[in-house]
Design a protein around this ligand. Structure first.
Ligand code: SF4
Length: 411
């Protein structure tokens, strides 16, 4: 009987390919202007307009690697069909570039159906978030070539939750159940034998509900009802059994302070039930270094006096969303996709996290002759060219040309 096909992981990072790819990636996403502003202390002041950049923002190492690999895959397999599972990262500009290069994105809802029709001639790119084990097995069964861009920090979370499963601990995952990364992590929490369990919690209200259940039990049907949908718990998960021993992990891009609070509350609930120092609780902080740096840098930026904050990035980007939440607590904050969202001096099109929709707000802050200081930051999936566009747009609205901006930093 012929052996079943299996996927082939291919290394596309040869020195010749990478030289070409890096030149191409730089053309698409690099900004000499942004680098010059950074070199001058991340502040640009012209006339009565000042822009301050966060110390760390934009592309992280995992995103840079994923983009390099996707570009390399296209170059190496120029004569083949190249597919991408969903989005390489959560930034529409980057995804648009990949589409223009002929890389076909398969939406999450169609992945099983479409992957089942691929052949050994096809190339599949796994995004930085990783992919569910079920899907990886399906790709393998089709014999496709795989370019896996999963970030090492995401794989560290998988290692943790696999270990939880091995030792019969249920993984409590702080994240968004429908997010690609959390779906991939949840699938690893089932363990190598598939008998592990997980529960995904998102909010402090969720954790309080779970903590109450840990302390005094509760209505199982109501528990299922609360966490229903979007694969928030594993098949066969029983809160009366599977909250006995828990291990906490998190999506890599969550808000650090919230994740810590969630860990603290769950630990306390277990200790209230089983005694201080109970072995029934484990925790590993799995927020990645890049997310942490961007959050810390924003806290640093917010120490300076600012009139408004602009956060640039894809609206579905988790780490970017948390930067917006941090900003909102302190000053008027606008989550914009591109510079075009600054439609005029008074009008900003931006994403409202609470309405979960794009809307237009009117801010008199940019208008007039009064001095203004604007802060800018961006999540790990936002390229520097979008920050440059935003900088130039702000100054243009204030009557300062791009030549004047470039001259001011010696370009
Ligand atoms: S945000 Fe963190 S986990 Fe995600 S790709 Fe970047 S480094 Fe990796």
């Amino acid at each position: 009987m012929p052996a079943a096909p299996s996927s082939r992981r291919v290394n596309v990072r040869t020195p010749e390919v990478m030289e070409r790819v890096q030149a191409e990636v730089e053309t698409h996403y690099r900004s000499v202007l942004v680098e010059a502003v950074r070199a001058k202390g991340s502040v640009l002041n012209i006339g009565n307009t000042t822009v301050r950049l966060a110390r760390d923002f934009g592309f992280c190492y995992g995103v840079e690697r994923a983009i390099d690999l996707a570009y390399a895959a296209r170059r190496v397999f120029s004569d083949r069909r190249v597919f991408l599972l969903g989005e390489i990262i959560h930034n529409p500009e980057v995804n648009r570039q990949l589409t223009e290069m002929g890389i076909v994105s398969i939406p999450i809802s169609q992945q099983e159906e479409k992957v089942a029709k691929l052949s050994a001639e096809d190339v599949v790119i796994v995004p930085a978030f990783g992919a569910e084990t079920r899907l990886m097995k399906l790709i393998s069964s089709r014999g496709c070539m795989v370019v896996d861009t999963t970030c090492g920090d995401v794989m560290s979370v998988w290692k943790r939750v696999r270990n939880y499963a091995k030792t019969s601990f249920t993984s409590i995952i702080h994240g968004k159940a429908s997010h690609e990364e959390t779906r991939a992590t949840s699938s690893r929490a089932l363990g190598d034998d598939g008998n592990g369990h997980y529960l995904v919690i998102l909010t402090l209200a969720d954790v309080d509900y779970v903590c109450d259940y840990i302390r005094q039990g509760g209505d199982k049907a109501a528990f299922y009802e609360r966490f229903k949908g979007a694969d928030a718990y594993s098949n066969g998960f029983d809160p009366d059994i599977h909250l006995t021993r828990i291990g906490v992990a998190n999506q890599t891009t969550m808000l650090k302070s919230e994740t810590e609070e969630i860990q603290r509350r769950l630990k306390k609930a277990i200790e209230d039930r089983d005694g201080v120092g109970s072995p029934n609780f484990q925790v590993f902080d799995t927020i990645c270094g890049a997310t942490q740096e961007r959050q810390d840098s924003l806290f640093g930026l917010l120490q300076q006096p600012l009139d408004i904050l602009l956060v640039v990035g894809g609206y579905n980007s988790s780490n970017t969303t948390h930067l917006v939440e941090i900003g909102e607590q302190q000053l008027p904050t606008f989550f914009i996709r591109t510079a075009e969202c600054l439609t005029s001096l008074e009008q900003i099109v931006h994403f409202d996290l609470h309405l979960k929709a794009e809307k237009t707000s009117y801010s008199g802050k940019l208008a007039g002759e009064e001095p203004i200081t604007i802060g800018i930051t961006a999540g790990a999936s936002c390229p520097n060219n979008l920050i440059e566009d935003t900088l130039l747009r702000i100054f243009a609205l204030r009557g300062i040309t791009s030549d004047q901006v470039k001259e001011s930093v010696g370009l």
